[in-house]
Design a protein around this ligand. Structure first.
Ligand code: KIV
Ligand code: ZN
Length: 390
């Protein structure tokens, strides 16, 4: 079955970099941008050019460097922002201006002290102005997650008429449930005149841990772009995690959707971003966490040693992880101990294994994890005189 392509819009360098303490210098941004291009992302949001001279320069340097991806710069619905972004993006082969405004009643009242009619006028003016600089203009309806669908459809229709090529529907506060976010996309697909001229985009935040689920609900209901970051970093609880959405679409071919991402580069890219931003990846993070392919309970270890697929749905090699790991703890069984002992050179008979296992449990109760060196010490402690062949 041929699959529909979902564009991956990476915002690690913009929404991701907004995280306190994760600021990158220009050189680090360039290295990450080059890696993202190599990874196969379709769009790199390189920054918010008007926000600082440093960000302006980074966007320009990234625009010069990137060979394949579209390079995008963020703006508010403000003429000066748009002019500065257009200037920063000049060297890009494929430039995109990302402009927008808050559309929820909360934003209209508290941020803009304005009216729905005025917001539509400002949105249209911003898109029309951006179109005088570049062909590719993405419009974001900030806080679309809490925007009334009927009004959101009116805004979308107006900006598509003004030339928007992509409609970003951000769940800015991470409020939506997957059914709700999916239904919002479906509503827009069915009710916005001219919608076939634009791509709907998911931009979800993770305040309730639903960013990935919401993005998937979005593409199942017609969106064809997902905005995401490496390791899911971003404001507050973060953005949709790139590696998660990519692997969900790969692991579920029945959805009929796929991306251009070279998944074998995911683990290295995650490590690179983590190191450059000084932001550790939580060990239990899906796909790229240190424990994502580590097995520590005896029952699971026994299964994985017999056949990896008993407890793993992804081949670690598919995401660039060398192999699954069998972690030895006090919860491990004989199968895991024999397996790890063999890796460090001991071929144990059944009787030897019984004795080594008793010694292992004593060690394991006093240590969180048994490492290769501990295995040598455990075998020595049994006085069985077993030689390592490695
Ligand atoms: O979360 C959000 O609404 C955003 C927009 C600026 C696109 O990041
Ligand atoms: Zn955001």
């Amino acid at each position: 079955m041929s699959k529909d392509k979902v564009d991956i819009f990476d915002t690690t360098l913009r929404d991701g970099e907004q995280v306190p303490g994760c600021k990158l210098d220009a050189e680090q941004k360039l290295v990450i941008a080059e890696r993202l291009d190599h990874l196969g992302v379709d769009i790199i949001e390189a920054g918010f050019p008007i926000s600082s001279p440093g960000d302006f320069n980074s966007v320009t340097e990234i625009a010069k460097l990137v060979k394949n991806a579209t390079v995008c710069g963020l703006t508010r619905a403000v003429r000066k922002d748009i002019e500065v972004a257009a200037d920063a993006l000049k060297p890009a082969k494929r430039p995109r201006i990302h402009t927008g405004i808050g559309t929820s009643d909360s934003h209209i009242k508290h941020k803009f002290n304005s009216t729905r009619e005025n917001i539509i006028e400002r949105a249209v003016a911003a898109v029309s102005y951006a179109k005088t600089f570049v062909e590719d203009v993405e419009f974001y309806a900030e806080d679309a997650g809490r925007t009334d669908n009927e009004f959101l459809a009116k805004v979308c229709e107006a900006v598509v008429k003004a030339g928007a090529t992509v409609l970003n529907i951000p769940d800015t506060t991470g409020y939506c449930l997957p059914e709700e976010y999916g239904a919002k996309m479906k509503y827009l697909k069915e009710n916005v005149k001219g919608i076939h001229k634009a791509t709907l985009s998911c931009h979800c935040h993770n305040d309730l841990g639903l960013a990935t689920a919401n993005s998937i609900a979005g593409v199942v209901n017609g969106a064809r772009q997902i905005e995401c970051t490496i390791n899911g970093i971003g404001e507050r609880a973060g953005n949709t995690s790139l590696e998660e959405v990519v692997m969900i679409l790969r692991q579920h071919p029945s959805l009929g959707l796929d991306t251009n991402i070279n998944s074998q580069l995911l683990y290295d890219t995650s490590q690179m971003v983590s190191q450059k931003m000084g932001m550790v990846v939580q060990p239990n993070k899906a796909i790229v966490g240190a424990n994502a392919f580590a097995h520590s309970s005896g029952i699971h270890q026994d299964g994985v040693i017999k056949n990896r697929e008993t407890y793993e749905i992804i081949d670690p090699a598919d995401v660039g992880v060398n192999e699954s790991s069998i972690v030895l703890t006090a919860r491990s069984g004989r199968a895991a101990l024999a397996y790890r002992a063999k890796l460090v050179g001991y071929e144990l008979t059944k009787l030897q294994l019984d004795e080594v296992y008793q010694e292992f449990l004593k060690f394991a109760d006093s240590k969180k994890e048994i490492l290769d060196n501990d295995i040598h010490a455990i075998i020595d402690a049994t006085k069985l005189n077993i030689e390592s062949v490695s």
